[in-house]
Design a protein around this ligand. Structure first.
Ligand code: AMP
Ligand code: ZN
Length: 309
């Protein structure tokens, strides 16, 4: 954090004026070529990190099962930010009625709630959960696993959805570790050390801070400081010079055996697997970079300029 940043404006207005950013709805944005190239540059660095951890590539769905979310107590932990998915009931009258009468008015569809099905799927709020679900109720093959995936994530946060700082629909790259405690912690630490080198190289102004993850509130409601005390979550917080504050652009997480226990993922010695993940918010890292360096490429560090394709 002791490095001075070069730029001190919010890049939002300029990005919109230049057609680099288009707001389609609350917390929903389309990105133009410059932002896309910058995100792809960061993605390449994250993929190099994944490769250095021997992480295998996965593709996960955008929808997520309500049944599995319940098994990891997600509804207790993050009720406010969940995004529910439904469809019209399989009833011809309901479908005909919708086709004839559906109108968007007063900020929403006028369709009566009873026309919609029960909710069995949601929009995924994070990437790594899908891997744990796929590994549930069986022994972990080989006793350890490193995986990586990028995915769309959805968190509806009632305030501040009018900037790239906070999106309803955003993208996350994760590198995920499943296995014994030492395997998970060793990989999390080497990922952190490697990213420190990269952030230094591009000259990002940031800090790594211990944080709380409401994920565990369901289990440890009476122990609010649980995560900080056990160093379960560290956030990479990049400076936003224009508002003299910081923004979480990524996190290093260790879930202990929370998923292993709740999803019954077992190690060769029959104990529950431990898990951890390294997660990067792609839009946020690009936004924080632009907030520090501006949108004129001439002012960008050479490694980034030369690294764009
Ligand atoms: P978390 O799982 O909460 O540690 O999130 C991982 C990363 O995803 C964060 O460090 C952010 O970079 C990004 N992220 C989380 N929530 C949002 C959001 N509402 N909008 C944009 N990026 C987000
Ligand atoms: Zn994760």
């Amino acid at each position: 954090m002791d490095r001075p940043a070069l730029y001190d404006k919010d890049p939002m207005d300029e990005l919109i004026q230049r057609g680099e950013l288009f707001q389609e709805g609350t917390g929903i944005y389309t990105f133009g070529p410059l932002l896309t190239a910058l995100i792809e540059f960061f993605e390449r660095q994250f993929l190099k990190l994944a490769e250095s951890c021997n992480a295998k590539s996965y593709r996960f769905p955008t929808l997520i099962s309500a049944e599995y979310l319940q098994r990891i107590h997600y509804f207790n932990a993050f009720p406010h930010s969940l995004s529910f998915v439904t469809h019209l009931r399989e009833d011809l009258d309901v479908i005909d009625d919708f086709a004839s009468n559906a109108r968007y008015e007063a900020g929403g569809l006028n369709t009566p709630p009873e026309a919609f099905s029960k909710i069995h799927s949601l929009l995924s709020p994070a990437v790594c959960n899908h891997l744990y679900f796929a590994l549930a109720d069986k022994p972990l093959p080989g006793g350890e696993l490193a995986a990586t995936a990028v995915g769309s994530c959805f968190r509806y946060e009632a305030i501040n959805l009018d900037s790239l700082e906070r999106l309803w629909d955003f993208s996350m790259r994760e590198i995920i570790f499943v296995g014994p405690k030492d395997f998970v912690l060793k990989n999390r630490e080497s990922a952190r050390a490697r990213m420190e080198g990269f952030f230094k190289e591009i000259g990002l102004v940031y800090m790594v801070e211990s944080a709380n993850d409401p994920f565990f509130i369901g289990e440890f409601r009476k122990q609010a400081a649980f995560q900080s005390a056990f160093q379960l979550k560290f956030e990479i917080r990049a400076a936003l010079p224009f508002k003299d504050s910081t923004l979480a652009v990524g996190s290093y997480n260790y879930h202990q055996d929370f998923f292993g226990r709740n999803l019954n993922i077992s190690l060769p010695d029959d104990s529950p697997a431990h898990t951890g993940c390294v997660a990067f918010g792609l839009e946020r890292i690009a936004y924080a970079f632009l907030a520090q360096f501006g949108i004129e490429m001439d002012n960008w560090p050479a490694v980034v300029k030369d690294g764009l394709t």
